[in-house]
Design a protein around this ligand. Sequence first.
Ligand code: SDX
Length: 396
Amino acid sequence: QTGMFTYDPGFLSTASCQSAITYIDGDKGELLYRGYPIEQLATNCDFMETCHLLLYGELPNPTQKADFTKLVTNHTMVNEQMQFFLRGFRRDAHPMAIMTGLVGALSAFYHDSTDITNPQHREIAAIRLIAKMPTLVAMAYKYTIGQPYMYPKNNLSYAGNFLHMMFATPCEEYVVSPVLERALDRIFTLHADHEQNASTSTVRLCGSSGTNPFAAIAAGVACLWGPAHGGANEACLNMLTDIQKMGGVAKVGEFMEKVKDKNSGVKLMGFGHRVYKNYDPRAKLMQETCKEVLAELGLENDPLFKLAMALEKIALEDDYFVSRKLYPNVDFYSGIVQRAIGIPTPLFTAVFALARTSGWIAQLNEMIGDPEYKIGRPRQLFTGSVKRDVKPIATR
Ligand code: SDX
């Protein structure tokens, strides 16, 4: 019994920690941030309100929201020296390789937010990380396409600033479309936190050693990169593109047979989940956002969206998927909507990391703020050799 929730003993043995931030019911397909259903947050709030909720436990009132947004806005620039880190990468470096380096490097610049045991340091580190991730992701993108970096603009919203830094150039302003800005803001909210997933658990375990917050978040970036986790949105779009090249919807049946053949090693990317054995509520909201953005851009007949819908329909009626309780997850539609906004495929996971930074740092600060916490030390079931003596090499 923890608070109002009761768990069966079997579940308790799998729990890695206690947390009051995010609640998932995988059987019902339910996701709550601090008790609020994701559907209500994605519809009635923006990402700044969601960040405030994750960090402090409550949705902000208008004054709190204005103060929090101003604080974040005033920390969106990064130290000019950060540019020299980028120059060390090849231009074709994967943005997540760059982000893993840049986020950890932040610890070299902000000494008033590196002592994780100091509550003031933790607070300002959270603001700095949330504020600077969009700037770093946009810098990684500009570097790979050989364009100059764009500085953040304080008169733009969080999502609007990211679009500006990504797509404006010194020669031409980027006019932020309110529909795309709102869609991207909602994508951030949908990716903000998700209980003890692989990357959040990585951040917690790393941070439990007392290392600085930037290093712990960099560990989360590295973990999220994997195609079984946050890298699935990039892998899903590549999968859809490949099927489209093979012949599109006409080839879906052939592709699905490959997925069902265990020897093929082919997975339906964007489908399945360790916890959800029902429809991921974020996938439904992502599909709706996808439709809105495609309609705004006059791309209602986008072939990849049509293909994704066809794949989903077939999978939801196919016993292989139904019997295994495999449903679309957050990554199934997120790539299509990001691509429609103009974000290139290799950046999708970096956008996921940008948004998830709010959840990672909220979870890290929750753990460190608990006076009872200790350094993490998972144990193992040993399956190796019993004790034995070393023989001289001549007799081996
Ligand atoms: C994220 O943990 C989180 O909260 C993560 C996340 C977050 O917000 O942090 O939600 C973000 O990572 C979402 C997941 C993104 N990954 C993908 O979309 C990659 C494709 N999905 C799979 O790799 C897989 O579904 C996992 C890794 C997500 C889960 O793997 P599991 O735990 O092995 O899934 P399972 O136990 O439910 O699998 C049951 C069966 C197995 O087959 P059998 O051994 O029973 O014959 O279903 C099969 C699996 O092989 N299966 C799939 C499949 N996912 C599971 N078969 C084909 N395609 C798939 N996508």
